[in-house]
Design a protein around this ligand. Sequence first.
Ligand SMILES: *Cc1c(COP(=O)(O)O)cnc(C)c1O
Length: 451
Amino acid sequence: MSDETKIILPESELPTAWYNVLPDLPTPLPPPLDPQTHKPVSPDMLSAIFPPALIEQEMSQERWIPIPEEVREIYKLWRPSPLVRAHRLEKALGTRARIYYKNESVSPAGSHKPNTSVPQAYYNMKAGTRRLATETGAGQWGTALSFACQMFGMACTVYMVRVSYDAKPYRGILIRTYGAEVFPSPSDKTQAGRAALVENPDNPGSLGLAISEAVEDAATHADTNYALGSVLNHVILHQTVTGLETKKQLAMVGETPDVLIGCVGGGSNFGGLVCPFVPDKLAGSKVRFVAAEPQACPTLTRGEYRYDYGDVAGLTPLLKMHTLGHGFYPPAIHAGGLRYHGDAPIVCSLAKDGLVEAKAYYQKEVFEAGRIFLQSEGFLPAPETTHAIAAAIEEARDAPEGKVIVLLYSGHGMLDLAAYDAYLRGDLENYAYPDAAIKKALESCPKVDGF
Ligand SMILES: *Cc1c(COP(=O)(O)O)cnc(C)c1O
């Protein structure tokens, strides 16, 4: 163990392959199902909106998948990212633990999301796709995809939920400056959007509606595909670049992690950090994986493990995952992000098999954790990231001498200051999503025979 603050890998140590956990999962992953027939989805069905390479990665049983040289060249703009020893946070907490954070906020878009937006744009470009369409809620994914499309000379169309578009103008400006087009959803660009506008010209939009618009756009234009920023297997595959680097960085300073922590929205930053450590855990390592989520959207801690639609509109294949029901609607008072009703099937399968522990936090405690981090380490974490920090602080409390805690710092909060403002003004309330509402939303889940 050394006392170094920033543990930096040379560029030559940037991983050359992603790690695919699928062949190493203790239980084989239940397949995605056709929403109508409930039969496993065929690769053909997916080819209307995804390029062949990504469909192959989604189902691959190969343990290592080479990272294309063109993708590694772009990764080098910010990768390998630093692993940082949080000396000052340790001191502020008075802990005997050693806390490290893997800093993914140094990417151009400011979060871990370019780790997958870049390869997704690349494989689409290779397949002749001229344009990508996607939805974005808070705007992080739209930003990451517009950056990636710009790198490969592709067009990009982002459908951004209207309430966020109006409330968070800076994300939209950033997306447009990257050269993409961004429309508040519902828009007049698609049938789904026009129908919603006829019904209510002041429709505030929803993530489900924005997904419908992006998927329709991709399905009705031959040169256009769809891209998803979390949940799917290929997204977690691309995110393993963070866990692989972390492993090398810990080894450089002679550390063995006791606990790895990430926040969970759709599960991609958490999955990317922990998956490369799954073989160690199965071989007897005592490392623990802790997933941190909001009490307002308690998917892993209180959702049911069953098949559900990936989107609110019920258009996507059915995925087996911990779900609050696709009709789940996050309460307006919740400021911390991580609002998705389900979670990545890979993360859910690991949780089901007891490899992942989940913890849920109230929003006042996560913003308090964000403030402690800012005042000790100096960097402003994204509201999502503060969930992982809150879990790390909890792990550090009463820790034995030399406990090694590693968290994934998923993004910065420089465009989320309105949420911190609400916290400072005392406008945030602690809110746990009620059990009765979860039960009700779960009634809308499809009944799938044989699973
Ligand atoms: C999107 C996002 C998340 C949540 O997504 P996951 O797929 O769960 O990783 C977390 N942190 C930041 C900064 C994000 O932009």
